[in-house]
Design a protein around this ligand. Structure first.
Ligand SMILES: [Zn+2]
Length: 466
C-alpha cells in the first residue's frame, strides 16, 4: 500500500489525545505554505508530489501521506536541491546572510546545514516564552555561560587551556574548550567555578553530562558557586543522576530545550516540567508506536520548520522519541501545539527486552534511577538477551551495587537477561562529542514498531490561507 493510500484509506484512529491539542489557524497556514513551496519549487521533493492527495484534503492528511525526510536525503541534495528556484546559495554566502555548518558525528550522521543566524535567533527567542523562568531572565542581551563539548560549539583547544578572552563571543562565555571532559584538570574546573562567580550569567546552558561532572567536583570540594537564574540543558538527554548531581549544587530552575541544528528549537520544557511545542516556528507530526511498545502516547516525531527562507525541510526525522502528555493539558496554561510529558531519548538509544519489547532511554533511566551512588552509566545491549552495564560509582564495596544493578536490569529486560556489570573510572563521550547512555550493538529499525493505523484523517476542509 502506498503512503497516499495509507493516509486516506484508513479510518480515523488518531489517539483522542491528539485531537484535543489546539493549533492556531496560522499554524495550518504555515504548514500549508511550507508544504506547497517545498513540493512545487524544491528539487528534493519532486518525487513526493505524486504522493500529495492535494488541497481537497486537510493539511494534516496531506502531510500524513508523505514519507519522512532523512539525513541521507539532505546529504544527497545538498545544497541546490534543498532550495527553491530563485534562491542562490552563493549569493547568500557572499552577503553573509547564511553560512555553512557541519554537524558532528559519525560519517552516517554528519551533514552540512545552511545556517541562517537571524532565523535561528528568532526561533530561539520564541522558545523562551514557553518557560516563565527563562522569559523572566532572557532579555536577548543577557549574559549566558555555556558548558558544552567544544567539539559541538565554541572554541577547541585540547592541548593548552585558553584564556577567558579567547572564549568570549558577544554575550556568551564558553566555559570549556576541550573535546573530552576527562581532559579537565582540577585547575580547569577551578577556573570554571571562578568564571561563573565573576561573569554571573543569567542563563547557564549546559550539556548535562558535563555540568554533572563539574558539579561532582564542586560537591567534593564544597566550593561556593554563583547561582544563575536558570539552567538550560541542550545537546544531550539529562539522566536522573545528572539532575540529582546538578540540583545539589545549583538549586535553581532547570529546563530542557529540545531541538536540532536542522530544525531549530522544537520543544521547551515549561516551569511545570512539561514540554511545549515551539509552534510558531515548526510543525510536528507524531507517529505512535504499537500499543505493546508504548503507543499510542509514545512515538516518533517528524519536524517541518517554518519561515526560514533558507530551509525547506518537510517531515524531517530527528531520530527522537517523545511521550505525549496523557491529559492533553499543562498546569502552566499554555495550550498551543503538542504537549509532551517527556522526551524519551533517541532511536539510537533503544534497546529490547528478552521478549522483544522496545525500551526507551526514558524507561531505562527511570529503572536505574532507583540505584544510589552512581556518577554515570552506559548500557550496551550486545545481543537479544545480553546486556553490558558500565557504571562509575564512588562506592568502596561494589559487590552489593553489582547485585542491585543486575536485579534492576533483570526486572526491566526479563529474568533470562545475561547481565554483565563493569565498573569504570569514567565514561568517554562518543565521536559526536555527546555522552551516550544506551545503545544496542545490532540495528533496531523503528518502522516495524510503528502503528500504521494511526494515519490522521480529518474531514476534507477547504484552505482558508492566503
Ligand atoms: Zn506547561
Amino acid at each position: 500500500m502506498s503512503p497516499i493510500q495509507r493516509g486516506v484509506a484508513i479510518r480515523n484512529h488518531i489517539p483522542n489525545i491528539i485531537q484535543s491539542y489546539k493549533f492556531s489557524p496560522e499554524y495550518y497556514c504555515h504548514s500549508e505554505k511550507a508544504l506547497e513551496t517545498s513540493l512545487s519549487q524544491v528539487d528534493l521533493y519532486k518525487d513526493w508530489k505524486a504522493l500529495d492527495p492535494g488541497r481537497r484534503y486537510s493539511i494534516d492528511n496531506r502531510y500524513a501521506a508523505l514519507p519522512a525526510l532523512t539525513k541521507g536525503d539532505i546529504r544527497r541534495n545538498f545544497p541546490r536541491g534543498l532550495l527553491p528556484s530563485g534562491r542562490d546559495i552563493d549569493q547568500g554566502l557572499a552577503s553573509g546572510e547564511i553560512s555553512l555548518v557541519e554537524t558532528s558525528g559519525t560519517t552516517d550522521d554528519k551533514i552540512t546545514n545552511i545556517w541562517n543566524q537571524r532565523w535561528w535567533d528568532d526561533c530561539e527567542r520564541a522558545s523562551w516564552k514557553l518557560n516563565n523562568y527563562m522569559s523572566g531572565v532572557a532579555t536577548g542581551d543577557h549574559r549566558e555561560a555555556i558548558l558544552v563539548n567544544a567539539w559541538n560549539v565554541g572554541f577547541v583547544s585540547d592541548l593548552v587551556d585558553l584564556p577567558l578572552e579567547k572564549r568570549r563571543l558577544s554575550r556568551f562565555l564558553y566555559l570549556n574548550e576541550k573535546t573530552n571532559p576527562t581532559l579537565w584538570s582540577m585547575q580547569l574546573m577551578d577556573r570554571m567555578i571562578e568564571e561563573l562567580n565573576t561573569f554571573q550569567p543569567a542563563v547557564l546552558e549546559a550539556n548535562p553530562s558535563m555540568l554533572a561532572r563539574l558539579c561532582r567536583y564542586i560537591s567534593s570540594r564544597n566550593r561556593p558557586v554563583f547561582q544563575p537564574g536558570i539552567i538550560v540543558f541542550t545537546y544531550e538527554y539529562p539522566t536522573n543522576f545528572h539532575y540529582r548531581q546538578i540540583q545539589r549544587v545549583f538549586p535553581v530552575p532547570m529546563a530542557s530545550s529540545y531541538g536540532t541544528t536542522e530544525t531549530g528549537y522544537v520543544f521547551m520544557q515549561c516551569e511545570m516540567g512539561k514540554f511545549h511545542q515551539n509552534s510558531d516556528f515548526c510543525r510536528v507530526d507524531f507517529q505512535p508506536l504499537l500499543p505493546e511498545h508504548g503507543g499510542p502516547l509514545l512515538g516518533q516525531i517528524l519536524v517541518t520548520p517554518f519561515g526560514n527562507p533558507w530551509s525547506y525541510l518537510v517531515r524531517f526525522d530527528t531520530g527522537d522519541l517523545v511521550c505525549l502528555e496523557s491529559s492533553g493539558k499543562c498546569a502552566c496554561g499554555r495550550n498551543s501545539g503538542l504537549i509532551l510529558s517527556s522526551i524519551a531519548g533517541r532511536k539510537a538509544n533503544l534497546t529490547l527486552t528478552c521478549s522483544g519489547r522496545l525500551v526507551t532511554l526514558f524507561e531505562l533511566d527511570g529503572a536505574l534511577s532507583r540505584l544510589n551512588d552512581i556518577d554515570e552509566y552506559k548500557l550496551v545491549q550486545v545481543d537479544t538477551t545480553g546486556y553490558r552495564l558500565h557504571l562509575v560509582s564512588p562506592r568502596g564495596d561494589k559487590s552489593r551495587l553489582r547485585d542491585e544493578a543486575t536485579a534492576v536490569l533483570r526486572e526491566l529486560y526479563g529474568e533470562t537477561a545475561r547481565v554483565e556489570v563493569i565498573f569504570s573510572d569514567s565514561i568517554l563521550p562518543e565521536i559526536s562529542g555527546k555522552y551516550l547512555v544506551s545503545k544496542a550493538l545490532f540495528p533496531i529499525k523503528l518502522d516495524g514498531f510503528l502503528d500504521s493505523r494511526y494515519a490522521p484523517e480529518k474531514s476534507s476542509t477547504r484552505s482558508k490561507c492566503r
